[in-house]
Design a protein around this ligand. Structure first.
Ligand code: SAM
Length: 218
């Protein structure tokens, strides 16, 4: 189902320059985005736009997800933490990229969304992704350290515990901004000990990261 639409979307993302890495393109080919959106929005699953998934949250636009995954430089067998499980779609793509020996954990603060994400991952065959309910700004210490951390909601600054829980040589990517209109996609590399390298990779727009090291709840 929707194979032609998925193929056409991927062709556009390649043409527009969002997708270039063969392994990322392959992951997008395999994961059915229409299985991760609410039933009434399935026909829009292969349009390049974010879609509502309930509770005021969204599944990001495919072009933004392409930027996230290409910048994170995932490799086979890595251990990855995602903050903001939402629909589970990103986590399924990550699971494809790290392969069957890789390990993927995704944290969601809204329990109902965690359940939605978990159900979507199960029906598409990605039960091996662990969905955890909690405040992802604190990371997930019991499974740390991480090769990669992907943050899919915007914080005023990169939460400190996440950098602490990265392996040396590990990478973290996150939207960071003081205002919902002005956000930057940041890629952080932990070199050795406390030395980190931060790259700014363009502007973006995400829902807020709410928690101890993010925005305070209203
Ligand atoms: N990655 C998701 C997907 O594939 O559908 C989309 C994520 S959506 C743009 C951002 C998510 O981050 C929302 O589901 C939101 O509830 C969640 N979130 C916000 N603050 C959080 C926190 N402190 N810990 C965990 N999840 C959080």
């Amino acid at each position: 189902m929707y194979e032609k639409e998925r193929e056409e979307l991927l062709e556009r993302l390649v043409k527009w320059g969002y997708l270039s890495k063969p392994e990322v393109i392959e992951a997008f080919k395999k994961v059915p985005r229409h299985e991760f959106v609410p039933n009434n929005l399935k026909n829009y699953a292969y349009v390049d736009q974010p879609l509502p998934i309930g509770h005021g949250q969204t599944i990001s636009a495919p072009s933004m997800i392409a930027i996230m995954l290409e910048s994170l430089e995932l490799e086979l067998d890595q251990k990855v933490l995602e903050i903001g499980a939402g629909s589970g779609y990103n986590a399924a793509l990550i699971a494809e990229l790290v392969g069957p020996k890789g390990r993927v954990f995704t944290i969601e603060r809204i329990a109902e969304l965690a359940e939605f994400g978990r159900a979507n991952l199960k029906k598409t065959g990605y039960e091996r992704v662990h969905v955890v309910v909690g405040d992802g700004t604190c990371g997930y210490k019991r499974e740390a350290p991480w090769d990669r951390i992907l943050v899919t909601a915007c914080a005023p600054e990169i939460p400190k515990p996440l950098v602490e829980q990265l392996k040396t040589g590990g990478k973290l990517a996150a939207p960071v901004g003081q205002h919902y209109m002005f956000q930057t996609w940041m890629v952080v590399e932990k070199r050795s000990g406390k030395e980190i390298r931060v790259r700014e990779c363009g502007s973006c727009s995400f829902v807020p990261l709410v928690g101890k090291y993010g925005w305070k709840e209203d």
